[in-house]
Design a protein around this ligand. Structure first.
Ligand code: GDP
Length: 197
């Protein structure tokens, strides 16, 4: 699945512009700067696949990437970026929430949390939303190379506690790093299990 090409095929700025639902979709969500672009690039083996979408101030859109017609990766706009204008923020957050609630082909959300920083209100909000929408989500810690093993285990246990409070969350917390490739094969395998044959 990940050996083949991964092509950007759609950028949606409005809900009525979404591509026709086809292959199973996995959406990547997380706060701005969580390392989402880097992780998507590490997963797909491409250098600059998902970069532009994450730059603060850029037009926020849902970016769709096709993996051989078997799986679609959806790069969601980073949330929690304080400097965005309030009305703009509400606009794309509304779209993001509507997508998460109503997309028939959405199979799972990969929710990224930065291992180095505490969990923020916006992270709690999206987890609650995913519970309500009954969208299964898998919590993935990013930038794990930046923590010592001891601190990393403390963090994992803390996040696992949080996951237990969310019915839609997977109990397992995946540790990843785009810098050294930690957890990348495991995440690929997890995504591949949702792809069409
Ligand atoms: P995005 O806004 O969520 O798409 O985040 P980016 O992928 O653009 O990364 C944000 C910042 O975090 C950049 O400065 C990256 O170099 C850094 N970063 C991303 N992934 C990692 C990682 O695995 N380890 C470390 N140490 N830094 C990372």
């Amino acid at each position: 699945l990940f050996a083949g090409p991964c092509n950007f095929f759609f950028g949606a700025q409005k809900l009525d512009q979404l591509p026709v639902p086809a292959a199973p979709e996995i959406a990547f969500a997380g706060r701005s700067n969580v390392g989402k672009s880097s992780l998507i690039n590490a997963l797909t083996g491409r250098k600059a696949l998902a970069r532009a979408s994450s730059e603060p101030g850029r037009t926020k859109q849902l970016n769709f990437f096709d993996l051989g017609g078997r799986l679609t990766l959806v790069d969601m706009p980073g949330y929690g970026y304080a400097k965005a204008a309030k009305d703009v923020k509400e606009d794309w957050q509304g779209m993001m929430f509507a997508y998460l609630r109503g997309r028939p082909t959405l199979r799972r959300v990969i929710l990224l949390l930065d291992a180095r920083i505490e969990i923020k209100t916006s992270d709690h909000e999206i987890m609650t939303l995913l519970d309500r929408a009954a969208v299964t989500f898998e919590i993935v810690l990013t930038k794990c190379d930046a923590l010592r093993p001891g601190s990393l285990e403390v963090k994992r246990a803390q996040v696992a506690d949080l996951a237990r409070q969310h019915p839609a969350a997977y109990p397992e917390i995946l540790l990843t790093s785009s810098e050294n490739g930690l957890g990348v094969p495991e995440l690929r395998a997890s995504l591949a299990s949702l792809a069409l044959p």
